[in-house]
Design a protein around this ligand. Structure first.
Ligand SMILES: [Zn+2]
Ligand SMILES: [Zn+2]
Length: 345
């Protein structure tokens, strides 16, 4: 079978390798679609190394069909259409027991410790089968849409952590696929007004068409001033960073009202080092937090929103590639030329 194997920063080779063998408690998935995540780019460039031991097969936004079923596995039939939850929780650490399995102390994941979606067939280890990481998808959902349930699940987690209430004013910084998912979720949370800051004009237009009440070009106006203008000088209730720009964290804190929440949703390259004006947190009681992947529950909630068409993921897909063209897919995402690129192994 074909697989895109990551060897070292900048080196991914599409090669013929053995189809994974499964044991009696495992599943084999035929990957039908795997979306490229910003995290894949950071891994490819060597800016994220945790959980990656080359040679590795990355890609964690995965949908496909059940190809082979271990003798001891029940509940599946050959050909079942499924999406895969990438994070495999240990189910027994402090965080798992606390209901925060997305930050499991012993988490492993597809596309990291286990082979991911940039290959034709993917082995699902016993722990993942048992934890319910393989989720059926309805017939109305295409594989490419189903592959995007994973990033939406992460955004769902981030949306919950931002505690948006009906009538709230929300600032989303970055209108890439993640920002646009947050925009749709904030609307569903009943946000009264949603402001979106984005450098690229085409993305601002898309945000406006998806319900942003005001789009902001931070190169032509001062972001914090515009937000203050829009909120009677108070600041937004919640601001969500949907791009990895550590240098503007202070702007988000300044744009948020006293007691509001700043959610650093997107991952940063390296350590993401930046200086924070600590007195902004001290005097304004602003809550500064982040969001790390998603739990199985978040995934099911996201699946429900997509299946019911409350959230539309199709406009977020801009590029489609075969597995042989995985490099092109990575480049397109890296350059921010489109939105989501899907690889079809
Ligand atoms: Zn991702
Ligand atoms: Zn755990």
């Amino acid at each position: 079978m074909k697989a895109a194997v990551f060897y070292s920063p900048g080196v991914i080779k599409v090669e013929e390798i053995q189809v994974p063998r499964i044991s009696e408690r495992e599943l084999l998935i035929r990957v039908k679609a795997c979306a490229v995540c910003g995290t894949d780019i950071r891994i490819f460039e060597g800016k994220k190394t945790k959980g990656i031991t080359p040679p590795a097969i990355i890609g964690h936004e995965i949908a496909g069909t059940v190809e082979e079923i271990g003798d001891q596995v029940t509940g599946f039939e050959i050909g079942d259409r499924v999406a895969v939850i990438p994070v495999i929780p240990c189910l027994r650490c402090y965080y798992c027991l606390k209901g925060a399995e997305n930050i499991c102390a012993h988490r492993t994941a597809f596309g990291y410790e286990y082979g991911g979606g940039f290959q034709e067939f993917m082995r699902v280890p016993e722990a993942a089968v048992r934890a319910g990481n393989v989720v059926p998808i309805g017939n109305s959902l295409s594989f490419e849409e189903a592959s995007l349930v994973e990033p939406l699940a992460c955004c769902y987690n981030g949306n919950q952590r931002s505690a948006i209430r009906p009538g709230d004013v929300v600032l989303i910084v970055g209108a890439g696929p993640i920002g646009l998912m947050h925009l749709q979720l904030a609307r569903l949370s009943g946000a009264g007004r949603i402001l979106v800051s984005e450098l690229i004009a085409a993305r601002r237009d898309l945000a406006a068409s998806m319900g942003a009440d005001r789009t902001i070009d931070p190169r032509s106006v001062d972001l914090v001033s515009v937000v203050m203008e829009e909120t009677n000088g108070r600041g937004v209730d919640a601001s969500i960073m949907a791009m990895g720009a550590p240098e503007i964290v202070n702007d988000l804190i300044k744009a948020t009202r006293k007691g509001g929440i700043v959610n650093l949703f997107a991952g940063f390259s390296g350590e993401g080092e930046t200086q924070i004006h600590a007195n902004l947190l001290h005097y304004n009681e602003v809550i500064l937090t982040g969001t790390a992947s998603a739990s199985r529950h978040h995934f099911h909630q996201a699946m429900s929103l997509v299946s019911s068409r409350r959230i539309d993921l199709l406009p977020l897909i801009s590029h489609r590639f075969s597995l042989s063209d995985v490099h092109k897919a990575l480049q397109v995402v890296k350059k921010g030329e489109g939105l989501k690129a899907i690889v079809f192994p």
